[in-house]
Design a protein around this ligand. Sequence first.
Ligand code: UDP
Length: 217
Amino acid sequence: MTSKKIIAVYGKSGFGREVMPLVSTTIAELNSSVVLFVDDSKSEEVVNGYPVWSYADLISKTDTEKYVVIAIADAAIRRSIARKCEKDSIKFLSIVASNHIRMDSCTVGEGAIFSSHTVLTSNIQIGKHFHCNIYSYVAHDCVIGDYVTFAPGVKCNGNVHIDDNAYIGTGAILKQGTSEKPLRIGKGAVVGMGAVVTKDVADGAIVIGNPAIPMAN
Ligand code: UDP
């Protein structure tokens, strides 16, 4: 049994391995913590020098505080893991790269990840478990729901509203809306890589191209 705080990056694959190095820039007192991966496929014991635990290993530790950041891009998986952790009274950690820039009046929910070279400008509201991958930005007056995922290099201009579980692909550009008529990306929508979104995207739609249009089935 350990009494040191446990800090776990949930997901040991691609994104998890990119997030792990940012733990040390986020947590000041790492020497009083044990840092590890949790993964439901425990095919390796150690990844990049960090132990890999199963979820059962994590919840078996009852004499310590446990913090998790869920570094898995799939929103539905993230949501179901978050529910499980909440039931087991595991707390959520947000991870913020040391060169992340955040301006005025931004609110961000628990469990967020801001990778290197990401920017939030001013007056932005973001829900729970947001992923903002490398070189992405969110500009003024955007409102972003829960479990939204930005792949690398997303340019989210001002007055864009993005609903829960939406996925914005690498290098996508979201056109600036206005305060009277924000550009809206619907719940669970997917914006393909490199898409230039100039019009609202419906719930669950997949859009691609420049200008972005719904993908043909
Ligand atoms: N995973 C998990 N529990 C789940 C689903 C996925 O632990 O319910 C793990 C999976 O074993 C893998 C990682 O999460 O190690 C997801 O990796 P993937 O490369 O699919 O996604 P990414 O790292 O790009 O988000």
